[in-house]
Design a protein around this ligand. Structure first.
Ligand code: FEO
Ligand code: CA
Ligand code: CA
Ligand code: CA
Length: 635
């Protein structure tokens, strides 16, 4: 046996020899599949590899895994295509100017697809005219990677950032709604379309609704009423509601503010916890409202879930304050058995919380208009995960428990503005950066992506976040009692603990049947496909030596806890927004900030994906992934 073969065997045997504790931890047995798994792993451990192989259960995914690795471009399995649907700077309107990266202006950007696409929603449209498929794509543009987007900025950042650049950034972030159609197997953008619309960080007026609307803490010089905000910041993931509206989650909004709060200001506690001012960008030098010395309340007008009606392009987006204010990753929803709507949201920060919101009223499937303000009334909960595998959803309601004047909560407005502090006082569990959370309507389960936490120490681990210096994150499964998404007492378990299962330093836990390519690190966005299967996109898998990508995850049966590598992006990117069409024949994927790293710039990207043209910077883009034989993706 060669040395290489020995090494290979060592690696493989580690994967095939999980400890009993690990197997129990994965709780495979709870699903009644213990026989199959134990049989396979015990046989393998005893050296009967061929017998173990013969019992290898059938995967629910039918595609050949791609290989781990990193290079300048993207990869899909054999038999699949991945076509660029739309890129930063592409046209949305008949009068959209051609993208010219050396001569960009805010005015041009307002007519073009934005930067750093993240969340993708798909609202199906009528196909009675014979098209294969048609819909409105709802895409978030998360943030500005300034030195990658603008020529000549990297060297003297932030002094090199002019007011004009700030204004272009304000036009480039936010969201895009764009009609797309599939003909002869190919997707394309529809221009003109009455649905095409840009929503921006700086210029789109939005109405504030819910408990914090009109509150003193939201009033500014521009808006003395506290009910109208110009724009939406740092739109990360999001959601599409059962009534077909598009939700944009505002995440790292603190980074855009600079300045200093006046001494003794009411917002000291609030902003300290939120990291305001983050000073990531020099906008406050040029634009007063991003300088908290001048406009101390402006940060309270961001950090919300924003609801947009794709069918009514003339209506103002609404900031739904009842869902609380934090660094919302997303807002995926589900209709509970009794008709109430439940939305899940992670607060993406180390040691912050998992939330859900349950509407007071029920979804009306027969009258869309009746649902349009459902998100203004309901109960916001934060999660406490207990060591015995149970959990409790803790209501954040003014006047109950510690949420009173004694702790400077004077109304529900204060509770939602400082949702983090309210959740802390109620005893919610400090998590390892909760990112996307996806409910599965068929099984009553909810998958929670916890991306990583490099600041957790040995003495502050907890049952649901058990690893100190958790570099690669984990996935938790919530089992809502009796499949009732409104329940307040539920159960939880791990799906996987991410990272390399061959490196004991990380304490990763995967199903022992996971392949060399099937494990990953830093889960971020996820999607449940129309067949109820989980797909996970990563942001930070590069720390494991491979590019970020998408893995299909087994959540049931003997293979529960195995991943399967489906897609990987070009170097420097993160992967966001996986979204299946209702027929499962297309998977839309966001490739965000390709070619980016701390050392790289507009002039010197890691890759010039997807154009590979020396005159073009690397450009974020949405891909449409399909099977060459026109079948369902992954089946
Ligand atoms: Fe915007 Fe938490 O990723
Ligand atoms: Ca994300
Ligand atoms: Ca999602
Ligand atoms: Ca992330």
């Amino acid at each position: 046996m060669t040395k290489d073969a020995d090494t290979q065997r060592e690696k493989t045997s580690h994967r095939l020899n999980p400890t009993m504790a690990e197997l129990i931890e994965l709780r495979l047995s709870r699903r009644g599949f213990v026989g199959g798994v134990m049989a396979a792993s015990t046989l393998a451990a005893s050296g009967c590899a061929s017998m173990a192989k013969s019992t290898t259960p059938k995967s629910s995914f039918q595609f050949d895994e791609i290989l781990r690795g990193t290079d300048e471009t993207h990869h899909v399995p054999e038999g699949y295509t991945a076509d660029v649907l739309i890129r930063w700077g592409d046209a949305l309107f008949e009068d959209s100017p051609e993208f010219d990266p050396l001569n960009q202006t805010a005015e041009k950007q307002l007519r073009q697809f934005g930067v750093n696409n993240d969340y993708i929603g798909f609202i199906p449209l009528d196909t009675s005219d014979g098209d294969e498929a048609r819909g409105i794509l709802c895409v978030n543009h998360e943030w500005s990677t300034t030195s990658m987007l603008f020529p000549g900025v990297a060297e003297n950042y932030p002094d090199s950032v002019t007011r004009e650049i700030c204004e272009i950034e304000l036009a480039s972030m936010g969201g895009t709604l764009v009609e797309i159609v599939k003909r002869d197997g190919d997707w394309s953008v529809v221009i003109p379309s009455t649905y095409n619309r840009r929503i921006t960080a700086g210029y789109t007026p939005m109405t504030v609704t819910g408990p914090a609307a009109g509150h003193d803490r939201l009033k500014t010089s521009d808006d003395p009423v506290g009910k109208t905000v110009a724009g939406t910041l740092y739109n990360c993931a999001g959601g599409v509601t059962p009534w077909g509206t598009y939700l944009m989650a505002e995440e790292n909004i603190h980074g855009y503010f600079s300045g200093e709060l006046p001494e003794g200001h009411r917002e000291e506690r609030n902003y300290k916890r939120f990291g305001v001012p983050g000073d990531w960008y020099p906008w406050g030098r040029h634009i007063d409202r991003f300088n908290i010395s001048k406009e101390p309340n402006e940060p309270n007008r961001f950090g919300w879930i924003v609801e947009v009606d794709p069918m009514a392009p003339d209506t103002k987006p609404k900031k739904r304050t009842a869902l609380g204010r934090c660094k919302h990753e997303g807002a995926e929803s589900v209709v509970a058995k009794n008709g109430q709507v439940v939305l899940y949201s992670g607060d993406d920060e180390r040691f912050e919380y998992v939330y859900k919101f349950v509407t007071a009223s029920k979804f009306n499937p027969d009258n869309r208009d009746a649902n349009m303000n459902l998100l203004d009334e309901g109960t916001l909960y934060a999660a406490r995960f207990d060591a015995d595998g149970t959990m409790e959803w803790l209501p954040l309601v003014y006047g109950s428990g510690p949420l009173t004047e004694e702790n400077e909560f004077y109304s529900q407005a204060d509770v939602v503005i400082e949702a983090r502090h309210a959740a802390k006082l109620m005893g919610a569990t400090e998590m390892d950066r909760p990112e996307d959370i996806e409910p599965d309507p068929t099984s009553g389960r909810v998958w929670v992506m916890l991306t990583n936490n490099n600041r957790r120490k040995e003495d502050d681990t907890n049952a649901a976040n058990p690893r100190a210096e958790n570099l690669h994150g984990h996935i938790i499964e919530i089992i809502e009692t009796d499949g009732d998404f409104t329940s307040t007492k539920s159960r939880w378990e791990f799906l996987v603990k991410c990272g390399d299962p061959d490196d004991p330093a990380f304490g990763a836990v995967w199903n022992p049947m996971t392949s060399e390519n099937g494990w990953f690190g830093s889960p971020d966005n996820c999607a449940v496909d129309p067949d109820g299967r989980l797909w996970v996109a990563t942001d930070g898998n590069n720390r494991t030596g491979g590019a970020d990508g998408i893995w299909a995850m087994e959540t049931d049966g003997p293979l529960r806890g195995t991943g399967r590598a489906f897609f990987r992006g070009p170097e420097g990117c993160e992967i966001c927004g996986p979204r299946f069409t209702p027929d499962s024949k297309t998977l839309f994927v966001s490739v965000q900030h390709p070619g980016d790293s701390r050392e790289n710039s507009f002039e010197n990207p890691l890759t010039r994906w997807p154009d590979f043209n020396d005159n073009m910077p690397a450009r974020s883009a949405v891909l449409a992934i399909q099977r060459k034989d026109k079948g369902k993706v992954g089946s």
